[in-house]
Design a binder for this molecule. Structure first.
Ligand code: 5GP
Ligand code: MN
Length: 339
C-alpha cells in the first residue's frame, strides 16, 4: 500500500465512523477470521463496525471471537441494507469483485460509501478508493496484520484479534504448508501466539470437530475418487443424493479436494459437488507447483482464485461436467507433466 494511502486511512479512522465489513459468499476461515480481526481492531478506535456475510457458513467457524455479532445478509436482509446505506466506509475483505458476494452484489456496487479492499486474489476490480491487493500473501488475515502494522497499531492486537488472524492464516495455508507460507508468515504467527492466540485450541476447534456423518461423507467421496494418470490429475464427485444420504451440512466437504492432491504423482485435483438448489455443480480445483488452476477455472468454469487453489461452477449436469473436465485435460498435458 502507498504511504499516502496509509496516512489518508489513518486520518479517516481518526474519528469514529460507521463501518461495514464484508467477505465473499460462502465465507471460509480466512474470510471470517480477517473480517472479525478487523472488527475487533476498529472497535478499539470507537468506530461502529459490523461484519456482514452474504450467506451462512460452517459450524466449525462459529466459535471464533466476535462470531455472535456477525450479521448474515440472507437472513437479516433489511438490517444489513440499512447499515450499508448509512455506512461511511465499507471494507471488502478476501475478495476483489462484487459478484463474489452473491446477492449483495448490487447493493454494494450502488453504495456511495468509501470502499477499502484488502485481498490476495488475482485481477482485482477497480471499485475501491484504497486498494490493498497482494497475490503473494498467504491470506487476507496476514494482510490484516500488515494493515494494522502499517497504521502503527500492533499494540492494539489483543488475544481475540490474534485468534481471528491465526485462524485465517492457518486455514488458507493448509496449516502452514502451502508455498505461500513464508518466514514472515511464521514471524507473524509467533507474534500472534505471544499476544494470546492459543494455537493448539485453534487447530482442534477447526479440524477436530467433525461429525460422524461428515466422516462417512468423506468415505463416500474417497470411494468416488478417480485418477487420470496421463494428466497426473485426480477428481472426486459428490451427487446431491450422496450429500442427502449423509445429511450434508455446510462445511462437510471442506478440504476433501486435497485428498486427490495427496496421491503420489498427482499435481491437479478437482472436486465436483452437485447443488440441486442452486442448479449448479460447485467446483474446487487444487494444484501443485506452477500449474495455474486460477487460469483453468477462468477459462472453463466461470471462476478463479489463486495459482494453486481456485473455485468455479458449471451449469451442466454432474456427469457432463466431469466429461468436460476429462475432455479439456489433454490440452494441459504438457504443463501437467512438466510439474
Ligand atoms: P474453494 O475451492 O475453497 O471454494 O476456493 C478456492 C479459492 O478460490 C478461494 O480463494 C476462493 O476465494 C476462490 N474462489 C472460489 N470460488 C470462486 C469463484 O467462483 N470465483 C473466483 N474468482 N474465485 C473463487
Ligand atoms: Mn483467503
Amino acid at each position: 500500500m502507498k504511504k499516502t494511502d496509509i496516512s489518508n486511512i489513518k486520518q479517516l479512522l481518526s474519528s469514529p465512523k460507521k463501518i461495514v465489513i464484508v467477505p465473499h459468499k460462502n465465507p471460509d476461515g480466512d474470510a471470517i477470521g480477517s473480517t472479525l480481526a478487523l472488527y475487533h481492531y476498529l472497535l478499539k478506535g470507537n468506530h461502529k463496525a459490523t461484519v456482514m456475510v452474504p450467506n451462512d457458513y460452517p459450524t466449525f467457524l462459529k466459535w471464533i471471537p466476535g462470531n455472535d455479532s456477525i450479521l448474515i445478509y440472507d437472513y437479516q436482509t433489511k438490517t444489513c441494507e440499512s447499515l450499508i446505506e448509512s455506512a461511511d466506509i465499507i471494507f471488502t475483505l478476501d475478495f476483489n469483485a462484487f459478484h463474489r458476494t452473491g446477492n449483495m452484489e448490487h447493493i454494494l456496487s450502488n453504495s456511495s460509501a468509501l470502499k477499502i479492499m484488502i485481498d490476495h486474489h488475482q485481477s482485482p476490480d477497480d471499485y475501491a478508493t484504497y486498494q490493498y491487493s497482494d497475490v503473494s500473501m498467504s491470506s487476507t488475515c496476514e494482510m490484516v496484520y500488515h494493515f494494522i502494522d502499517m497504521l502503527g497499531d500492533t499494540a492494539l492486537i489483543d488475544a481475540d484479534t490474534a485468534t481471528c488472524i491465526y485462524v485465517g492464516i492457518m486455514t488458507d495455508t493448509g496449516s502452514f504448508r502451502f508455498q505461500s507460507t513464508t518466514n514472515k508468515t511464521h514471524e507473524i504467527i509467533a507474534k500472534l501466539i505471544e499476544k494470546g492466540a492459543d494455537n493448539s485450541h485453534i487447530h482442534n476447534s477447526i479440524y477436530d470437530t467433525n461429525s460422524y456423518q461428515g466422516l462417512q461423507l468423506l468415505g463416500c467421496a474417497l470411494s468416488n475418487l478417480r485418477v487420470v494418470p496421463e494428466s497426473r490429475a485426480a477428481y472426486i464427485t459428490l451427487s446431491q443424493d450422496e450429500l442427502n444420504r449423509f445429511n450434508y451440512k455446510k462445511g462437510d466437504t471442506e478440504g476433501i479436494v486435497n485428498y486427490g492432491l495427496s496421491l503420489d504423482g498427482v499435481v491437479l485435483a478437482a472436486i465436483f459437488i452437485e447443488d440441486k438448489q442452486e442448479g449448479i455443480i460447485k467446483i474446487s480445483l487444487r494444484s501443485k507447483g506452477d500449474f495455474s488452476v486460477n487460469e483453468m477455472s477462468r477459462a472453463h468454469f466461470q471462476g478463479g482464485g489463486h495459482t494453486n487453489a481456485a473455485g468455479g461452477k458449471s451449469d451442466l449436469t454432474l456427469e457432463e461436467t466431469v466429461q468436460k473436465f476429462i475432455s479439456i485435460l489433454p490440452s494441459y498435458n504438457d504443463a501437467l507433466n512438466n510439474e
